[in-house]
Design a protein around this ligand. Structure first.
Ligand code: VGL
Ligand code: ZN
Length: 206
């Protein structure tokens, strides 16, 4: 493996849920392809955290809530919000983890985006940039120094999670081959530029 894991590493697996896989409401091309790799990776980490996008019906990030088209943007109190198809509605099959994802490996599952008016791409801080999920404290208390991030989508929830991990003082590696991107209006190249600027490393697992 190209990433030598340490005892003080954590693996953060972002949003490997049915709605982000082919056939889902907000399918990421090849999203299901990360599952075998993520399952393999998880065996090498003492700390494994999953994030789960977990929206109530009528969520502020849903285009349908505003009578607008998916992928339009609007201004909310906390800034510009991309509008998505309804996805990852709490308790629905679309919000469940991909059936082949080995969820028994996760010690901690962080649900996010559960407040009707606030989105959360990041597993650390909601889109208002004020409300922490508690994940940074959890990792610090577990003695974690470095996080490896994998999952969906590379240019949204993986990106925000990786950048916030860096902002919280962790060393961060994004395992690129264990991610897939949406790539909306240049979002992927902007993501790579922000990784470069923030000191988030991009590596392959295999
Ligand atoms: C995500 C858009 C909306 C993601 C979540 O997991 O990247 N993207 N909600
Ligand atoms: Zn979402």
């Amino acid at each position: 493996m190209a990433i030598e894991t340490r005892e003080t590493d954590a693996l953060i697996v972002v949003d490997v849920q049915n709605d982000f896989c082919p056939g889902g409401a907000l399918a990421v091309s090849g999203g299901d392809e990360v599952v075998p790799l993520v399952n393999e990776m998880a065996r090498h980490f003492q700390t494994v955290v999953f994030t789960q996008d977990w929206h109530p019906e009528g969520h502020a990030s849903f285009a349908s809530t505003h009578g607008l088209a998916p992928f339009d943007t609007i201004e909310l109190a906390y800034g510009t919000q991309v509008l998505w198809p309804d996805h990852c509605v709490q308790g629905t099959p679309g919000a469940a983890f991909h059936p082949a994802l080995n969820a028994t490996m996760a010690q901690m599952i962080v649900r996010k985006g559960f407040r009707a008016g606030i989105d959360s791409y990041s597993g650390f801080t909601e889109a208002d940039r004020r409300s922490p999920t508690g994940l940074a404290g959890y990792l610090r208390e577990r003695g974690v120094e470095r996080v490896v991030v994998a999952g969906l989508a590379l240019d949204f929830c993986v990106a925000w999670t990786a950048l916030d991990a860096r902002g919280a003082g962790f060393e961060v590696i994004v395992a690129e081959d264990a991610c897939r991107a949406i790539d909306l209006d240049g979002s992927l190249s902007r993501t790579f530029a922000s990784f470069e600027e923030a000191g988030v490393a991009r590596r392959r697992w295999s």
